[in-house]
Ligand binder design. Structure first.
Ligand SMILES: [Zn+2]
Length: 174
């Protein structure tokens, strides 16, 4: 049986909803940005494709991802997590037990690396209404609350762990 359906949310456009009870750590979907065309912010402006589905793919470039995964909305207290093999290849898994009918969410900032200074994209006011809602989504992982940075660390790709090793060393040794 299908794990999820796409349908309209209240005020957040479309979203993904559990079509049955889903246990923690079940695979929701796999993604691979290597198969998609990479766009620079300049190209995106020029082509005028206005979409909520521009995702950051690393190295200053974006992809237009219209797969079901791209309909997962953000929450500051997500029930799904993206597990990165690299910044381009990833799996979305459930992070908690989810009941049928619940909306699937993940934390957009958990994969927010190297996106500095792209103010024209990704300026999102959060509508998740969770108790610990951060209100404005950061495009910088290191602006997440420290507890969240630690929590999401094991899901990051090796390249990011290596590139930011100093920051992570400081984080974990504080
Ligand atoms: Zn929030």
């Amino acid at each position: 049986m299908k794990k999820f359906i796409i349908r309209k949310t209240k005020g957040k456009g479309k979203g993904l909803f559990a079509a049955r009870d889903i246990k923690k750590d079940e695979l929701i979907a796999k993604g691979n940005y290597n198969k998609l065309k990479k766009w620079t912010p300049k190209e995106i402006k020029e082509c005028r494709i206005d979409s909520d589905h521009w995702d950051y793919a690393g190295r200053g470039k974006y992809v237009l991802d219209n797969s079901p995964v791209s309909y997962i909305n953000h929450s500051c207290e997500p029930n799904c997590i993206t597990k990165y093999k690299s910044m381009q290849v990833y799996e979305v898994r459930t992070y908690k037990d989810i009941k049928k009918g619940e909306e699937l969410t993940h934390d957009y900032s958990a994969g927010a690396f190297d996106i500095f200074g792209k103010k024209d994209l990704w300026e999102i006011r959060c509508l998740c209404k969770s108790k610990n809602c951060r209100k404005i989504l950061s495009r910088n992982y290191f602006e997440l609350p420290k507890s969240k940075q630690k929590e999401y660390y094991s899901y990051l790709p090796p390249s990011i762990k290596k590139k930011y090793r100093k920051q992570f060393d400081i984080l974990f040794n504080e």
